[in-house]
Design a protein around this ligand. Structure first.
Ligand code: IDP
Ligand code: MG
Length: 137
């Protein structure tokens, strides 16, 4: 069993897609171990995306991710990190395969619906960033 961090981004929350997106992961068999509805402050957003701080899209990304509430989750299941990333689809929705979340719900790379950890180290880091130990059950 493996745990990963998933976040439904503000644009998708505003469109009322939280249930539909999380239902896909639950139907696949992943279990929710933690969930939180929250507004990210700038500091947390910058920390979350610190690997991108030198990129030209960093400012826009931080503005976008703090523009409204997000829904954050810890999901658990076999090979959760890889399988969740495959279900999300490619970063650019224009290239994401139909049938993936990013390939089915949007066209905008900055507001690409969902975030999922990209490896074991980032999953551990992101889960700790958003959840206290006793919030994961
Ligand atoms: P990922 O979300 O698929 O892991 P990353 O490369 O880690 O993709 O980028 C983090 C987020 O930054 C993306 O989900 C997307 O919202 C945004 N982003 C990535 N590349 C670009 C870009 O070229 N322009 C604008 N936003 C981008
Ligand atoms: Mg990433």
């Amino acid at each position: 069993m493996e745990r990963t961090f998933v976040m439904v981004k503000p644009g998708a929350v505003a469109r009322g897609l939280v249930g539909e997106i999380i239902a896909r992961f639950e139907q696949r068999g992943f279990r929710i171990r933690a969930m939180k509805f929250m507004l990210l402050d700038r500091g947390l957003a910058e920390e979350h995306y610190s690997e991108h701080k030198e990129k030209d899209f960093f400012g826009g990304l931080v503005s976008s991710i703090t523009s409204g509430p997000v829904a954050a989750f810890v999901l658990e299941g076999p090979e959760a990190i890889t399988v969740v990333r495959r279900m999300m689809g490619g970063t650019n929705p224009l290239a994401a395969e139909p049938g993936t979340i990013r390939g089915d719900y949007g066209l905008d790379i900055e507001a690409n619906i969902v975030h999922g950890s990209d490896g074991a180290a980032s999953a551990e880091r992101e889960i700790r960033l958003y959840f206290k130990e006793n919030e994961i059950v």
